[in-house]
Ligand binder design. Structure first.
Ligand code: NDP
Ligand code: GDP
Length: 331
């Protein structure tokens, strides 16, 4: 029988790759989509007609109840959130609603309408924040450093609590940073590759960044969504760290990205205090041993250098289109 999946956050980076994967596997895919004045479907344009959209907002329990009723899902992937750490300081209350409390909304909707559905919660390495051990694993205590990190800790523990209170199948993926050409442009990786492409094509002259020494364990989003699916195929629900185990600095990311188009990042990158965080997470490095052993997952199908290159290539194509549009307007 055809399996049915409900994805919240389907228009985002991970939701779009997960939808690609589930469609490939023959799932009927439902996507919760919030109403916007102008539809933003860039990431899912190519599969728009294969997804059944349900209008709703994760902050609105009634729309989630309706979404679960309408989709009658075997699997629910809860990816929607206010996902940008920087914004979580300027909009801490919204972040609390969208990233923390909304997890309870989704859990309640599932508990009320379809308690035997399998539930995936998008937890985050930001929960480790000011890390108390390195590398971080499932047993590492949390020490979040931003309103976003705090909100994710709440969502994580609510998923554990519903598992223990109601015997629901709820699994959390503690995913370390993962990037792709579909990443939002405010995140540092995409901000860099977008700028590299625009600088190369003469559309931009400099790149203003914050802390270049921050270290992250960066993976490729397309490789990571496979883990979400694998977690819901296990006999029992559980929590897993998903990471590559390899770390690089923001500076290194810049160096590789600029070098790929024969430029030296030192000629273009300007440090700007506006992009420093109120409380920084200096280093995140995950230990994916449990996911490797129990899920049979292979980290780093796509290497760090390859990831940087594929993001630069994609942004070069986009910048080329922008440049052509500017030229045709001038004619
Ligand atoms: P994105 O920011 O790309 O996508 C977020 C999605 O959530 C978008 O589809 C957005 O919709 C949706 N959304 C936000 N608020 C609401 C709302 N109130 N109601 C309905 N939908 C809403 O995030 P990613 O794809 O990168 O991440 C997916 C999840 O994984 C997030 O929860 C994120 O916090 C978490 N995560 C991500 C990591 C990463 O490195 N990418 C690492 C660890 C965890 P819209 O398009 O309308 O804005
Ligand atoms: P995060 O790990 O979820 O916060 O992902 P980001 O991509 O937003 O940030 C990763 C790291 O890059 C953090 O340590 C930031 O402080 C650092 N960083 C340095 N400059 C910038 C910048 O201009 N924008 C962003 N978003 N991050 C920056």
């Amino acid at each position: 029988m055809t399996k049915r999946a409900l994805i919240t956050g389907i228009t985002g980076q991970d939701g779009s790759y997960l939808a690609d994967l589930l469609l490939e596997k023959g799932y009927k895919v439902y996507g919760l989509r919030r109403r916007t004045s102008v539809p933003i479907l860039e990431n899912i344009r190519h599969i728009e007609n294969e997804i059944e959209f349900i209008e709703g907002d994760i902050q609105d329990l009634s729309s989630l109840i309706r979404a679960v009723k309408q989709s009658d899902p075997d699997e629910v992937y809860n990816l929607a959130a206010q996902s940008f750490v920087g914004t979580s300081w300027t909009q801490p209350i919204l972040t609390g609603h969208a990233t923390a409390l909304s997890v309870t909304n989704m859990l309640e909707a599932v508990r009320i309408m379809k308690p035997d559905a399998r539930f995936y919660q998008a937890s985050s390495s930001e929960m480790f924040g000011k890390v108390v051990e390195t590398p971080q694993r499932e047993t590492t205590p949390f020490y979040p450093r931003s309103p976003y990190g705090v909100a994710k800790v709440y969502g994580h523990w609510m998923t554990v609590n519903y598992r223990e209170s109601y015997n629901m199948f709820g699994s959390s993926g503690i995913l370390f940073n993962h990037e792709s050409p579909r990443r939002g442009v405010e995140f540092v990786t995409r901000k860099i590759t977008d700028a590299v492409a625009r600088i190369k094509l003469g559309l931009q002259s400099e790149l203003r960044l914050g802390n270049l020494e921050a270290m992250r364990d960066w993976g490729y989003a397309k490789d990571y969504v496979e883990c979400m699916w694998l977690m819901l195929q296990q006999d029992k629900p559980d929590d897993y760290v998903i990471a590559t185990g390899e770390v690089h600095s923001v500076r290194e990311f810049c160096e590789i990205a600029f070098k790929y188009v024969d430029l030296d990042y030192r000629d273009y990158v300007v440090t700007d205090p506006a992009f420093f965080r109120a409380a920084e997470v200096d280093l995140l490095q995950g230990d994916p041993t449990k996911a490797i052993n129990q899920l049979g997952w292979t980290p780093q199908k796509t290497s760090f250098v390859k990831l940087v290159q594929l993001m630069v290539e994609s942004d070069l194509k986009k910048a080329e289109i922008t440049r052509s549009e500017i030229y045709s307007l001038r004619k």
